[in-house]
Design a protein around this ligand. Structure first.
Ligand code: SOE
Length: 367
């Protein structure tokens, strides 16, 4: 595999749903060659290839992995399939971009981290919200000490697409999605962002969860959670609360993070990602994404002038672009790798443990 300006990186996709569309748009914008796709059935693979403008479909993962023109494999399948597919891709010498949650168990995530390390391949996880310029701005302000000592964290990630008992999806099924649903699917983004922005670590958590709808259109006896509330303590001694829900009417994809420091608070809202709220006892302000006043890492991800809104797909494209830059030998700032995927899987396992036992649980791997 040689990747350079003369030979664009060759990409293969596993899975043909909503996320494969997001990934393939990002690959195209990153000047990759969209070589092939395999989905759940050959007809589905063919349809996805046509729909997404990918050169060809494959009938099996093995066939896709045997294609030497594919350098990197994007895994966009239901959660429970990630571990086996990522291991196969790594064994075939491919670089991997694997959807979150990286795996449904901590042991599998540890196995993937070890396998990717041993093979020397680049392995990343799309915690794409890290790539909003204003998230980088928040991170830079914390790192520079502008927020002061970290005191409190208030986070939520709210959606409503599973609000009705008639709403259904593979994610509700333990077998396809894992024990945790709402937290693994979207809470994982939230905790990744908290640690990314603050540079602090979540030390221990308490949690309570609910499954409000046990019977859905195609699934009965649903055991995965619709919503979960978490209390947390960080290593530095800050405290925080999180609410993660897929049954919050009117909220479509609202990841909101507010950090209170001793000097300043910072608020970021994923649905309005072009601004950052800076809270002060006197003189609070909302700052726009304006390259001239951004820290360098935020300015780097600012691809159009202020006032020309960037959004979710731009953040995702930046993530994929940086993944490919790492494959080409670079070391882009803030790239979420398999170790970050493992971290989120560990926190998710702790949340489930805390909710199931009613106890505070320390996050494994903190020491
Ligand atoms: C569905 O809940 C979903 O597509 C998540 O799987 C993504 O990670 C999130 O970015 C948007 O919502």
């Amino acid at each position: 595999m040689s990747i350079g300006a003369a030979s664009p990186i060759g990409v293969g996709y596993v899975g043909g749903g909503f996320m494969a569309a997001v990934h393939s748009r990002a690959s195209r914008a990153s000047r990759a060659r969209l070589v092939g796709i395999v989905s759940s059935r050959p007809e589905r693979s063919q349809a996805a290839a046509v729909e997404l403008g990918i050169e060809r479909s494959f009938d099996s993962l093995d066939e896709l992995l045997a294609d030497d023109s594919i350098d990197v494999v994007h895994i966009c399948t239901p959660n429970a399939q990630h571990a086996e597919q990522a291991l196969a891709a790594i064994a075939a010498g491919k670089h991997v971009v694997c959807e979150k949650p990286l795996t449904v168990t901590v042991a599998e995530a540890e196995q993937l981290v070890a396998a990717a390390d041993a093979a020397g391949v680049t392995a990343t996880v799309p915690f794409a919200y890290r790539f909003h310029p204003m998230v980088r701005e928040a991170r830079a302000r914390v790192a520079n000490g502008e927020t002061g000592r970290l005191l409190g964290i208030h986070g939520s990630y709210l959606q409503d697409w599973l609000l009705q008992s008639t709403d259904d999806n593979w994610r509700v099924d333990v077998g396809a999605g894992g024990e945790s649903r709402a937290f693994a699917d979207i809470g994982s983004h939230l905790v990744d962002l908290i640690e990314f922005v603050t540079g602090d670590r979540i030390h221990r958590i308490a949690a309570t969860k609910r499954t409000f709808f046990t019977d859905r259109a195609e699934h009965t006896g649903v055991a995965t959670e619709d919503a979960v509330a978490v209390a947390l303590e960080t290593t530095s001694g800050a405290i925080g609360t999180l609410l993660v829900s897929q049954v919050a009417p009117g909220r479509k994809n609202r990841l909101h993070l507010e950090i209170a420091g001793s000097a300043e608070s910072i608020g970021f809202d994923q649905e309005n990602p072009e601004t950052l709220w800076l809270g002060r006892r006197i003189g609070s302000e909302v700052i726009p994404r304006d390259t001239e006043q951004l820290h360098p890492d935020a300015a780097r991800l600012s691809i159009v002038p202020g006032g020309h809104p960037q959004g979710y797909q731009d953040a995702f494209t930046a993530f994929v672009g940086d993944s490919y830059a790492a494959i080409a030998g670079g070391d882009p700032e803030g790239l979420p790798r398999f170790t970050d995927g493992l971290r989120a899987v560990r926190i998710t396992a702790a949340v489930m443990d805390a909710a199931n036992t009613g106890r505070w649980v320390e996050i494994e791997g903190n020491n």
